[in-house]
Ligand binder design. Structure first.
Ligand SMILES: Cc1ncc(COP(=O)(O)O)c(C=O)c1O
Length: 917
């Protein structure tokens, strides 16, 4: 995808590239400095042409940003036309530096049109802003107005004049004159927090934007040219909400405001104003809207609490920090963490502090705000990670004997969740990526097959929930809407638990949002509200009948449509906020969008009581609140940056002549096999690909790779994943995510910078050069040994074992019936040591029993790291491929397996005993 500065690139190619803008300014700065240097030696002509050409590249984008803005650009033009090379050099250096550091947000000097910073720019700041304004948060507000271009600077000036000393924050207006320019502004400019739309704006942009038009029609089904003039304002508001739902939108109209406000289509608009009314109202609303997102009720409360002189006669001696700061021996802890940490600690839930277990105050409001931010109806804060969030959902939604369809490869908290609740799993398999010793995602075909088998077996009423991991650990993202709609066609009230532990940030990417749990749920809601949905369903009934026949092969193969009158939208999403947002470790949320939530409210209360500590960590709760604030205000920009960083790592590794000999990052085309990519989109780096192609893939394909998850193949450099991870950590201080036999997983997030990319590339180059040097020194023998090692890592890979089956003793209908199993029964059977036996993995007894029996039944979960999924679960019959996999596995950490004693098995006679009992 496009990110580098390219000559003559059309404006709208830069969808995901705020870095590209800075690059263009840097380039302009470079030529401006050259011109200034030449000017000092008397050569003016050549440099000016270059500066003009570079400025032409910069210019169109600048319409969408407040800084440097009309005035400074005008001064720049004047200086160029006067051949004032030194003046141009000074101004461009200042602007490009201010853009890079962000100093224009608080330093009024950066807006000066004069180089002498003691001069002031009347246009930028009114007197109201002097004195402490630099501390106020800064943002930009987009004004979309049909006013003539020539009058826009004046209008902007009028808006600035509305500022008041009492304003909590300060904004700069960005003025555009059309529907298309408004869309481009909110795409390019992450500093925009609110949009004020004047009714009656025209549609087309002043610029040539073919990709944008294609994007609007194919991706958002908006043919801008056919929108009736009266509808433009509302249509624009609706579109902006789809791209950046966090923005506040205001409409100024001279129509009957009461009518517009009451129109359901206007629900994306925060307030409608009568156009001739006081602009001050608009100004105050803009500030109030952003202040609402800015406010963090629990964090703010905790700060107030910390500032109070409080005497504690309660538990938690570290609260107020006196036992630490005054200590002879542990004072360094206080110095290291700072006093505030202890001042903000409390065991109390009274005196203004809310209780996580039964929130009624600031925690409750913070949870409501988080729900709004992620598009859910309710959010529960969890202070013990998504491991606990998942268990809470099982606890609240399922009961003993219920059936859950689950990805066998899902996080262990799901398996344990079922042990706790007594729900019985029907495991579905992901597609294997054997050559990299990892799994992909679960094809919809497998999920539907499991549902249809349960239907055929008369057990659909016991099926309660489907759980899938989105995105998978390695980055495959589901088409959440498609999965849910097809499953609801078979079981209209199915509950979905989407484990989005890694994917929380996706909410703030317009690309990835539709593929989140809440994005899919919103799309289904929208579809259901459209009368065309019933027609589509009726057409299906005409072909397949009302009651789908599970044996009819068309039911499995065709894209099924649910009955819009019967389907229920019942979605739960769990998110490790700490994994992708600025939250302390273990901060997690359960998000709920369930039309039948009332059935589970008391279940959730119990789940909170069962799983939450009665002493939850106040700092984790506060950081959840703050993480939400950040994402609602700058998540869009940060996520774009994390994506750009991932793309640039991919690009640099693929293009580097030495690194690419030994390392590669797996692209979308490898992580997602062709059969799941009907759009034909291959990869982000495929020549000629642009963000629109990627957008189509996001829209249509069964799976899509989250670009921020990078599987770096290191087996080709002679390293297995574990040793490569160790090398990067010990020698280069680079920490990575998980490993596989021949790869490691890197991840870019909102914390990464371009310097991190540079560091990584430098390290990979150094390692590649070392490999080259070793090969050169080692001669033929060395090369052969290296090739052998690479072959072993890359080709001699064990087959990934599928889930075999539960032992008949743990199945309700073993003979040809459905495959769910009483995993909890097996789990607790293993508590009686007399009923268990151990067989060492290397023992010939295992091979003997595999051939002749008796069957071996696992007593517990066996989870090797990597790959991290249970290759055995309690009650599972152990088969030859599982044993082969374990024997070949060269990892040290296997949870549930004691090498000294061997595999823990449930004695067969004990299974019989348990059933009789
Ligand atoms: C898919 C998935 N779900 C849940 C979890 C557990 O999350 P947490 O570490 O927040 O407890 C993880 C952890 O890695 C995970 O990968």
């Amino acid at each position: 995808m496009q990110a580098k500065t390219t000559q003559n690139a059309s404006l709208d190619q830069f969808f995901s590239s705020s870095a590209a803008r800075l690059d263009r300014w840097r380039e302009l700065n470079a030529v401006a400095q050259e011109w200034a240097a030449d000017a000092r030696s008397g050569n003016l002509a050549r440099g000016r042409a270059q500066v003009e050409a570079a400025l032409k590249e910069v210019r169109p984008l600048e319409d969408y940003f407040a800084y440097p803005g009309h005035q400074l650009l005008k001064v720049l033009d004047e200086r160029i036309s006067q051949d004032d090379a030194m003046g141009v050099g000074r101004l461009v250096r200042r602007v490009s530096g201010a853009l890079l550091s962000g100093s224009y947000r608080y330093d009024t000097d950066e807006w000066d049109t004069a180089d002498d910073s003691s001069a002031t720019t009347p246009d930028r700041l009114s007197a109201a802003l002097e004195g402490g304004e630099s501390k106020r948060p800064y943002f930009e507000t987009l004004f979309v107005t049909p006013a003539p271009i020539a009058s826009l600077p004046h209008l902007a000036h009028e808006i600035r004049r509305l500022r008041r000393i009492e304003d909590e924050m300060v904004y700069e207006p960005v003025m555009v004159g059309s529907f298309e320019d408004a869309v481009l502004s909110i795409i390019f400019n992450g500093k925009i927090e609110s949009v004020v739309i004047y009714d009656g704006v025209p549609i087309p942009s002043r610029h040539n934007v073919p990709l944008l038009r294609d994007y609007l029609t194919t991706y958002h089904k908006v043919d801008a040219s056919s929108i009736a003039p009266r509808e433009i304002g509302i249509a624009l508001a609706r579109l902006i909400k789809r791209i950046r739902p966090e923005l506040d939108i205001y409409l100024l109209t001279d129509r009957q405001v009461e009518k517009v406000a009451g129109d359901p289509a206007a629900s994306s608009i925060r307030r409608v104003f009568y156009q001739v009314e006081e602009l001050m109202e608009v100004h105050l609303s803009v500030i109030e809207g952003v202040a609402d997102r800015f406010s963090t009720p629990h964090f703010d409360n905790l700060k107030r609490y910390a500032a109070k002189p409080i005497g504690t006669f309660h538990a938690l001696p570290i609260a107020r920090g006196k036992s630490i700061i005054k200590s002879n021996w542990i004072r360094d802890m206080g110095e290291f963490y700072g006093l505030n940490l202890f001042l903000a600690e409390s065991s109390a839930t009274t005196g203004g502090l809310d209780s996580l277990l039964e929130p009624t105050g600031t925690i409750k409001v913070a949870q409501e705000k988080f729900a709004r931010a992620v598009g859910a109806d309710h959010v529960y804060f969890v202070t013990n990670g998504t491991s606990t969030s998942n268990k809470m959902v099982y606890q609240a939604v399922t009961k003993p004997g219920d059936i859950v369809i689950a990805d066998r490869n899902c996080h262990k908290s799901h398996h344990y969740g079922m042990v706790l609740s007594g729900a019985q799993p029907v495991y579905v398999e992901a597609y294997p990526m054997t050559e990299y010793s990892m799994y992909g995602a679960v094809p919809l075909h497998n999920v539907k097959k499991a549902l249809l088998d349960l239907k055929a077996g008369g057990k659909l009423d016991r099926l309660v929930m489907l759980t899938l991991t989105n995105c998978t650990f390695d980055g495959q993202v589901y088409n959440t809407r498609r999965v849910m709609e097809e499953c609801l066609a078979i079981k209209p009230d199915l509950v979905f638990l989407w484990d989005e532990a890694w994917f929380g940030f996706a909410r703030w990417s317009p690309f990835l949002r539709p593929r989140t749990a809440m994005g899919g749920a919103a799309a289904l809601e929208e579809w259901r509200a459209d009368p065309a949905s019933l027609k589509a369903y009726e057409a299906q009934v005409a072909k397949l009948g009302e009651d789908l026949d599970p044996k009819d092969p068309r039911v499995l193969e065709q894209h099924l449509i649910p009955d819009p009158r019967k389907m229920r939208i019942r979605v739960y999403m769990t998110t490790s906020v700490h994994k992708s947002m600025s939250c302390l470790r273990q901060g997690s949320i359960v998000s709920v969008k369930d039309e039948d939530y009332s059935k589970h409210i008391s279940g959730f209360h119990e789940a909170v009581f069962i799983h939450a500590s009665t002493s939850p960590n106040a700092q984790i709760i506060a950081s959840l609140d703050v993480a939400r604030r950040q994402m609602e205000l700058e998540g869009y920009e940060l996520v774009m940056r994390a994506t750009e960083i991932a793309l640039s790592i991919r690009r640099e590794i693929a293009a580097h002549p030495i690194i690419s000999k030994y390392f590669s990052v797996l692209g979308n085309d490898i992580m997602v096999p062709a059969e799941y990519r009907k759009s034909g989109f291959k990869d982000f780096l495929t020549p000629g690909s642009n963000w629109l192609d990627a957008g189509k893939a996001v829209h249509n394909d069964e799976f899509f790779l989250d670009p921020t998850r990078l599987t770096l193949v290191c087996g080709t450099a002679g390293y297995d994943g574990t040793s490569f991870k160790g090398l990067l950590a010990s020698k280069y201080d680079i920490q990575l995510n998980k490993t596989s036999r021949n790869s490691v997983l890197l991840q870019s997030n909102i914390n990464n910078t371009r310097s991190d990319v540079a560091h990584l590339i430098q390290v990979l180059l150094e390692i590649s050069q070392e490999v080259e040097a070793r090969l050169a020194e080692g001669g033929d023998a060395g090369r052969q040994a290296f090739a052998k090692k690479v072959k072993s890592l890359m080709e001699d890979v064990p087959n990934l074992p599928n889930f075999s089956r539960f032992h008949d003793g743990y199945r309700e209908s073993p003979k040809g019936g459905t495959v769910e199993g009483d995993m909890r029964g097996a789990f607790f059977a293993a508590y009686s040591e007399d009923d268990c036996e151990y067989v060492p993995l290397a023992s010939p007894e295992i091979d003997e029993r595999l051939k002749k029996g008796p069957e071996m039944v696992s007593a517990n979960f066996v989870i090797p790291y990597p790959p991290g999924f249970p290759i055995m679960v309690p009650g599972q019959v152990i088969t030859a491929d599982t044993i082969e996999f374990m024997r070949k596995l060269d990892v040290k950490e296997i949870h549930g397996y004691e090498a000294a004693r061997g595999l823990k098995l449930i004695k067969i006679k004990a299974i019989g005993k348990a059933r009789k009992g």
